[in-house]
Design a protein around this ligand. Structure first.
Ligand SMILES: [Zn+2]
Ligand SMILES: [Zn+2]
Length: 375
């Protein structure tokens, strides 16, 4: 029978995670039943949620962990302050864990290794210390940033003051100004933009490690468990295109197509237009398409293999011959693009679209071909 390793429990983190969840699940409904919520508290909740989540996705993740762009001081300080309000540890620790996640994804060195189970990847890795703490030897570049080190020293104080005391004080002031009981306002500020927002933001982040390695498609690679999902992108402020992200981790975009929901990408782009960010890193479209074509070809080869295995001796060869022909076409296109990239040929948007449409057309055709009945 499975036994909880109590001697390895991280009591501080576990108490915080369980305590805040219990307050949000039970304390908040009691408060709302008795006192309701005014628009000010709701607006404050959304302001804090967006500021916190964006500080994690734009700041902790894309800026500090992946160096996907360069940001001016106000952006770095803002994301470090509101990142602290997520209570997901200091940016330095977060980036160290995250860099190891990318380096060892789905294997032992990955702190939130999905192969150890959904709950482990979601929250278990924070609640238990099953493995010895690895040295933080992969964030020496960040140690040179004095603001990162300032946040590292005071992260819990910053989170407490900016993430809990200030919203409580604002709730107090709002009620006092409107002639209502200020302490009820303070409690509302503590519960709604404070605790409830922390719980929502934390689980949205944890989803990236659990659901984004479980639910969705793998258009760029199946060499790791990361997946692309529009629903997850919505819940994670754009981080749900995680298959793309694991394939091209230094790109400032996660949702790379025009229609994909990636508010973190739009924020970084807007900051660059305002002169607050620069050196945005993008993977060339041709390389992205090459990854898609490689994956399409691999899936087509698998389909061909399946058809061949189902085929009985003497059965009509038409289905497998047709799929074989299409697989050859995919391979030829793939090599053509690969050579063009290697020879640094300038590829127009039209040429790339043509390759893309042809690949999709072939894949549609292949998916329609099943084993034919004997002739
Ligand atoms: Zn991941
Ligand atoms: Zn990442």
């Amino acid at each position: 029978m499975y036994r909880i390793p109590f001697d390895r429990v991280n009591w501080t983190t576990s108490s915080f995670l369980i305590g805040t969840a219990l307050i949000a699940l039970f304390g908040l409904p009691v408060y709302l039943y008795h006192y309701g919520a005014n628009w000010f508290l709701v607006a404050l909740f959304f302001f804090y949620l967006i500021a916190t989540m964006m500080s994690i996705t734009v700041g902790y993740h894309r800026l500090f962990s992946h160096l996907a762009f360069k940001a001016k001081l106000p952006v770095r300080v803002f994301t470090l302050i509101f990142g602290a309000c997520a209570f997901e540890n200091a940016c330095l620790d977060w980036a160290s864990d995250h860099r190891r996640h990318h380096k060892h994804v789905d294997h032992d060195g990955d702190p939130y290794d999905i192969s150890k189970g959904f709950m482990w990847a979601h929250i278990g890795w924070l609640m238990f210390k099953l493995n010895p703490e690895p040295p933080m030897d992969n964030v020496n570049d960040l140690r040179k940033d004095k603001w990162v080190m300032w946040q590292y020293r005071y992260v819990h104080w910053i989170g407490l003051v900016v993430g809990l005391i200030i919203p409580s004080a604002l709730g107090y002031a709002w009620n006092a100004y409107h002639g209502l009981d200020p302490w009820i306002g303070a409690l509302g500020g503590f519960l709604i933009p404070g605790i409830a927002r922390i719980v929502v933001a934390q689980h949205c982040t944890f989803f990236i490690n659990s659901l984004c390695h479980t639910v969705g498609r793998q258009p760029y690679s199946t060499s790791h468990s990361a997946r692309d999902s529009a629903v997850m992108a919505f819940l994670t402020f754009g981080e749900g295109y995680h298959n793309y992200h694991h394939e091209f981790q230094h790109d400032y975009r996660n949702g790379v197509k025009a229609w994909q929901w990636d508010p973190s990408k739009w924020t970084i782009w807007t900051l660059s237009k305002l002169g607050l960010a620069d050196s945005l890193r993008r993977v060339p479209d041709s390389k992205i398409l090459l990854a898609e074509m490689r994956e399409a070809r691999r899936k087509a080869e698998l389909h061909l293999e399946e058809i061949r295995q189902q085929q009985q001796p003497g059965q009509c060869q038409r289905a497998s011959d047709k799929v074989h022909e299409l697989v050859e076409k995919l391979a030829a296109n793939y090599h053509e693009l690969e050579n063009a990239i290697a020879e640094r040929v300038q590829l127009s948007r039209e040429a790339l679209n043509r390759w893309q449409n042809e690949t999709r057309g072939i894949m549609r055709e292949i998916s329609r071909i099943q084993l034919l009945t004997p002739a």
